[in-house]
Design a binder for this molecule. Sequence first.
Ligand SMILES: [Cu+2]
Length: 647
Amino acid sequence: MVVCCHLELGQAQMQLKMEQPASTKTDWLTFPWSRHNKTNKVTYLAAGLHLKDEYSQVDISSFAGFESHPCRRVCQKGQTQSCYYQLVVHNYRRLGAECQRCQFDERACAGENCIYGDGISTPVMAVNRMVPGPAIELCENDTVVVDVLNYLSEPSTIHWHGVHMSRTPEMDGVAHVTQYPVQPGEVYRYEFQADRSGSLWYHSHEGWQRGFGVAGNLIVRQPHQANPHARLYDYDLVEHALMVQDIFYDNNIQQVRNILINGKGRNHLSQLPDQDPRHRYERLRVTPGYRYRMRVVLNGVFNCPVEFSIEQHKLLIISADGNDIEPVLADGFFLTAAERFDFVLEANQYAKNYWLRVRGYEQCQEQNLYQGAVLSYRGAARSELPLGSILERRQGRELDEPPTYINDFRFKLSINDSITLLRQANQTKETDVGTVSLRSVEPVPWPRYTKFLTHYSSLSMRQASNGEQLFQIDEISYNPPGISLLQGRHLYQDDGYFCNRSSLASQGRNCARELCECVHVIRLPAYRPIEMVVASYTDATHPIHLHGLTFRLVGQGVLGNLNDLRNIRQLDRQGRLSRLPDDYAAVAKDTVQVPGLGYVILRFISDNPGFWSYHCHIESHAVQGMTAVLKIGENYQIKSIPARVRC
Ligand SMILES: [Cu+2]
């Protein structure tokens, strides 16, 4: 079988109908999404294709969701499948020309492939005419084959967020790190094994495409016997997987304008009350007496953490970033960009409609943004909305007791504290629980007293001489390389091609004083216990994501001043950073919030040699330099990939 193919559309055996170029103007300009426009080279004309920016000219009618895909099944032990998908990534419009009847009749929207959204017409980037894109449902260890057809007018890649890619490091979907970007008009085949279970997701890893809508759920289930939480719920339905997204209008990526839940929600430009029937909300249907597994991912591009809760209901939280935890009964949780929580909702309240509530903070709070969806009990009026406004707290359970949240955002309140905070649920009177105190159902995969190789890392901001605000890891702003690091690694000398804190120091560069901008690659040995202490020099929080790895979160706190953070290595030697006890089953995650003027401590075994992106998941921060690459292992330990140079 072909491991990786890179076909031009014209050669592909696809039912695609390309029409002649139009002379009509479109509002799709070439935007400087990336600071490094060399990746935005348009080559499709050379390939003899004339792609349309105007999506209506392109016949994509044969592409749809995967509701009846054969891989969507009850998972059985030992029965894995090969699962094929086509994802067409294309320009589209919220409330576009196809929305003839949908504007007046909600039932017509699906048939017209109309994205109604919040009722504001604005350009989006869709997957198979959907925003968010269609959910992919699989069983653990299935082989996934996805052809991505790039109908955008700019290059794209798809990252499979949470998949370890342990056998296929070249399928991780990061341009110029693990692959070359998929040019407009090209098809790119991703082929990998679903090497773990859980609530994962896929999204574009290029520019602002994720913010325009190129993202979807990737749900990997386990056989009943292997699922430690199988007895806690009766149903695990894809329609209860929620993607929460902060959005902008037109192409103004500077300003967050709304938060949508599965692409829907109230229109904040209108003065209509929340319960006005002209708003369109996502509806989750439940039957009284049953327990439902629900999944939430925040596809956030702004600095907009959200608080999630459901009116009159407790949530039994069972999974963080797709990793099973000891269940925590809470009133809700906070999410930062790219984090996920799964919970069990027991439909044990009076059968009516309830608000599912999402409240935005930071940039979203400045705009007073929040959103609702409807938890609709069988027997309640199907088209009616809950009474009252979305965020209103009502009599009964909600006012009787102080609420409990899984909440890392609480650090925001502690910014001026000069003490290290490491709160465990049983050591504090506060009802909120920090992510660091969650417990995995799996013990940590290393014995007590394991000696970890500690890498100290920092997150910071810097003003460039032209006034541009740059973001940094280890005081270096990332420049993408020309040769893809993984594919072309035999074509360059690491020391000449990469930079990192120690290589720059050996050249006499002082990145605390001068601007350092280069191909930032941090080298870590393979098959070793590794610890990363990541300190934030800014008072903003940063959700950092590691590709290719699941780490255990063993420390998280606020130091409160820059001086301490700059000397965090010394502070750590003095024992001033708290870590969980060695035998604590620390929570497993792939994305975590580094508190403002605070730190996190992550541990993992570096058993996945390759080039793995390490970056902030706030899009503007990542694009402006808060990105690096972890090179795990030496070249001989990394899987051989045929070298192909296209730069
Ligand atoms: Cu950030």
